[in-house]
Design a protein around this ligand. Sequence first.
Ligand SMILES: [Zn+2]
Length: 283
Amino acid sequence: MPELPEVETVKKGLEDFIINQTIKKIYLSGLPLRFPLPNNFKTLVLGKEILSVGRRAKYLLFYLSGNISIISHLGMSGSYRVLSSTESQDYIPEKHDHVIFEFKDFKVVYNDPRRFGYIFITDKDPQDHKLIKPLGPEPMSNSFNENTLAEAFYRKDRPVKNALLDQSILSGLGNIYVCEALFRSNINPKKKIKQLVYSDGSPKNSLIILKNKINEIIEEAIALGGSSLKDFSNAEGKMGYFQNTFTVYGREGESCISEECNANIIRIIQSGRSTFYCPNCQK
Ligand SMILES: [Zn+2]
């Protein structure tokens, strides 16, 4: 599932092509995504110029001329792919292509086999949209720091794994990066969040480390995604994901990467989701 770094990679990849380009044609598969597209979608976006592309958490924001914005979430399996002018000429929509934006020299295809993604359109500031407004601070932003985390964690009994997946506390992190950040911070995913905060409400050192590791991992993942951007427009649409550097995620039963540790990575279920961690390194 695309998380913040992957969506950021998609954003950067698309930006190189679509800024200042006018949407000439739209193809719609007619199949509903997680939510149906608005009926007037075509009318609203045809002929509009793309002024900029933004990202908030896992949402892509396309700012169009005429005060129209598209809010796009990739769900479980959504992807955007740029077709070169040669590829565009004879392109026949494939089975899971749901939206195709046609520009002067190229096309942008939104493909989504599982159709959990969704696309909204708004004539207001997308930052005020009901999906965007309740989101917590972004990793690497000034509003994400040990004090805001300490405030959210103070006297709360939730396991830290679940709290970090809560998009109102911190936005953009999914299962993979939460597992990886907890491993790097040596924090057990089942630890109660109040244990990371002193009784006077100030953050413990472990919480400061956790905040730093979250930022570090997101920064690295974005850099890795970005490094393979040159392949972004190929027909495969492959992007540089972080998967080659997973230390715990998806590694159940394999040995811990820490040289001093002889334990194996284990998998447990928390709130219906798999958590991977090292029982020896993560206390
Ligand atoms: Zn270990």
